[in-house]
Design a protein around this ligand. Structure first.
Ligand code: GUN
Ligand code: ZN
Length: 426
């Protein structure tokens, strides 16, 4: 067993429903086989366990590992394609890069960069949009397993209105998805996610197949995109006989607690009700929404309806892997909305980046650092004299320090990352 000594910040109680930031200065967390088995003032934990080794994390702040609920593995080399709205951006930047995943050697290089990028940003769990090629998804799971990340991912499927080389058929999607799930679902920290790209590029036959696969793989998740961009929403309505976007999934039984839908920038009230009643979660991707000009996310309306919301980096429309940056951008977005915006504190941002993500992904074993949880954690320790170090040093309290971390922090400030108590070597 190991005692981790340090200052721990987490959000075991949802700040949107009366909880707040938990701060334990000079605490001890006793970890056995990756699980936190005791927690308290360091002196007390030490006295109760005098023979155990100590890892001293003083001089920084320890947060739970981040949970990224929406990130695209094949798009890391497409980050920074500025200046276009969604559908034009897909054609110009994202899809040409995704087509390169046909070359498994190329995909392996990208997968290595991808898992390194996640871990370096303090992300320990992620729901990852895979590739349209099964072998490329295979190398992603291999790379994630090599690092030890908690990954949920799967084959991306589309059977219309996308470049020809990215299309499949419902039959092939069925066979390839099952083959990948058989190889990876429940193996190590990997799980499978049924992943139609968006209903714009999927026929009803393909979405029906997705439902079948989802039901046939117990414990798998469902993920896709919804209500991101006005032109996209109009095209979906046209294709589905005037239907709203959420209904294109709901009518196939794809809106329930297994579902994580990205964006939802422009939902109707009826759609929010459907998402809440089904128990689906929404991945809010603030830098992507700003970069593509998709719009300002109506967080207050999601909260009013009781829709679960967490953060996604949405690399490569998003501008990087750091959920610190996504948290800050989520804050900016609500500020810009004005009266209808949701005033976000640093505790809210930490919750959205950690416990909310764990809830969205159905990972009750992570998300905060309570007894019984797995020790997925990150040590934030900015370089001496850096603006962040100065800000943290002069903060009046821990919540102010955390606000400064969200404002000024980058992956360069993530000093160490653990999953199941194992230190990642990045
Ligand atoms: N909708 C369908 N595909 C994509 C994608 O790759 N990125 C984003 N942001 N939206 C999408
Ligand atoms: Zn996306």
């Amino acid at each position: 067993m190991t005692i981790y000594r340090g200052t721990f910040l987490d959000t075991p109680d949802n700040p949107f429903t009366g909880g707040g930031l938990r701060v334990d200065a000079d605490a001890g967390l006793l970890v056995r086989d990756g699980v936190i088995v005791a927690r308290g003032p360091f002196g007390d934990v030490r006295r109760a366990h005098p023979a155990e080794g100590i890892v001293d994390l003083s001089g920084g702040l320890v947060l739970p590992g981040f949970v990224d609920t929406h990130v695209h593995f094949p798009q890391i080399r497409a980050v920074g394609g500025l200046g276009l709205p969604l559908l034009e951006w897909l054609d110009r930047y994202a899809l040409p890069e995704e087509a390169k995943m046909a070359d498994t050697g190329y995909a392996a290089g990208v997968a290595a960069e991808f898992v390194r990028g996640l871990a370096a940003a303090g992300t320990t769990s992620a729901l990852v949009f895979g590739a349209h090629y099964a072998d490329a998804v295979d190398v992603l799971f291999s790379a994630a397993s090599g690092v030890g990340l908690r990954i949920t991912s799967g084959l991306v499927v589309s059977d219309r209105l996308l470049r020809e080389d990215l299309l499949t058929t419902p039959e092939r999607a069925y066979t390839e998805s099952h083959a990948l799930a058989k190889r990876w679902h429940g193996v190590g920290r990997n799980r499978y996610a049924v992943t139609p790209r968006f209903s714009l590029s999927c026929t009803d036959d393909l979405l029906a197949t997705c439902r079948t696969v989802l039901d046939e793989i117990p414990g798998s998740l469902f993920t896709s995109h919804v209500n991101e961009n006005e032109a996209e929403i109009a095209a979906v309505a046209e294709l589905f006989g005037g239907s709203d976007y959420v209904s294109t999934y709901e009518k196939h039984g794809l809106v329930d607690r297994r579902s994580v839908l990205a964006h939802n920038v422009h939902p109707t009230d009826v759609e929010l009700k459907m998402l809440a009643e089904g128990g689906a979660a929404v991945a809010h991707c603030p830098t992507s929404n700003a970069a593509l000009g998709s719009g300002l996310f109506p967080l207050s309306r999601h909260l009013q309806y009781g829709v679960r919301v967490a953060l996604g980096s949405d690399v490569g429309a998003g501008t990087g892997f750091s959920l610190l940056k996504e948290g800050l951008q989520a804050y900016f977005c609500q500020q810009l909305i004005g009266d209808q915006g949701c005033a976000l504190s640093a505790a809210h941002l930490l919750y959205l980046a950690t416990a909310a993500g764990a809830d969205a992904l159905g990972l009750p074993e992570v998300g905060d650092l309570s007894v019984g949880k797995r020790f997925d954690a990150q040590l934030l320790r900015p370089a001496d004299g850096s603006p962040l170090a100065v800000g943290v040093e002069h903060a009046d309290d821990a919540e102010e320090a955390l606000a400064r971390i969200f404002t000024l922090g980058t992956p360069a400030d993530v000093h160490a990352v653990w999953i199941d108590g194992e230190l990642l070597h990045n």
